[in-house]
Design a protein around this ligand. Structure first.
Ligand SMILES: Nc1ncnc2c1ncn2[C@@H]1O[C@H](COP(=O)(O)OP(=O)(O)OP(=O)(O)O)[C@@H](O)[C@H]1O
Length: 258
């Protein structure tokens, strides 16, 4: 991907599901090196946006990856360019953790026998996410937080420049929430990351820019301290919140329901 074109950009991106307009004319971009966090109330369209960015939904408008139209990029090539971490992390097959993370190498042509390069990428991803200790365990026996980290390890193993992560910290304990966001922040530095988060405090701390979705539209986009205002939290989320600046970071304290 060229460093000049945004890693990811959309124009006029719209999606209808079940006869209802879910995403309406979304224009957004993630620049090289950027950690973009998508926030918004339940049902705003965040998951739908990530799926559309990953090319998993019929959409009108355009998604550009490194300046190239996603629609014109073959599926296998897409899988090299972007890693998609879906919400939920359910595994239905009783594979070992090592095998699941190894699946991340499939787009790179890996077969049943991984090359040394594949094995190194898998080992790095497992080390980073703290799952090496249970490499031999069957994924269906893992706890929710352990599964979430294995799912992230599989995406990291792809070594795609762009990662789309849907609620990557859901079901993680406080330490692993920070571990995972640190990983994504590091990854963003050499490509870009678009992540959906519900925790406004973590979103404010980690995001280079926030994209706020409400009822399928972008209602604000920019650095956390510019877009996270008490008025915005009231109109978009329906909460009264206190917003503080502490050690250079924006701290959000939701206080009551409006
Ligand atoms: N397949 C579908 N058919 C019809 N409506 C759908 C479908 N998938 C999602 N929707 C609707 O689209 C809207 C946006 O859903 P989406 O999952 O993108 O929201 P979200 O912002 O990720 O919400 P949450 O914070 O609750 O995860 C919701 O009203 C949802 O009910």
């Amino acid at each position: 991907m060229s460093a000049e074109a945004p890693v990811l950009a959309t124009t006029g991106l719209s999606v209808s599901l079940g006869g209802r307009a879910i995403l309406k004319d979304i224009a957004m971009k993630a620049r090289h090196g950027e950690f973009l966090v998508v926030i918004g109330p339940n049902g705003a369209g965040k998951t739908t946006l990530l799926k559309a960015l990953a090319g998993l939904l019929d959409a009108s408008g355009e998604v550009l990856l490194g300046g190239r139209s996603l629609a014109l990029i073959a599926r296998r090539q897409r899988a090299l360019l972007l890693g998609y971490l879906p919400q939920g992390h359910e595994f239905h097959w009783p594979l070992s953790v090592l095998d699941v993370v190894g699946l991340g190498r499939l787009p790179r042509g890996a077969g049943a026998d991984l090359s040394e390069e594949d094995r190194n990428a898998v080992a790095r991803a497992m080390e980073e996410t703290g799952v090496s200790g249970f490499a031999g365990r069957t994924v269906t026996t893992l706890s929710g937080g352990e599964r979430a980290r294995v799912a992230l390890a599989r995406v990291l193993a792809t070594e795609a420049d762009l990662i789309l992560a849907d609620e990557p910290t859901a079901s993680l304990d406080p330490r692993y929430q920070l571990v995972v966001l640190d990983i994504l922040k590091r990854h963003a530095a050499r490509g870009a990351v678009v992540a959906v988060l519900h925790d406004l405090g973590l979103a404010a701390r980690y995001a280079d820019r926030l994209l706020i979705l409400d009822e399928g539209r972008v209602v604000a986009a920019g650095p956390p301290r510019e877009v996270l205002t008490a008025e915005r939290l009231a109109t978009t989320f329906g909460v009264r919140a206190e917003i503080l600046e502490r050690d250079g970071a924006t701290v959000v304290i939701p206080k009551s329901v409006i």
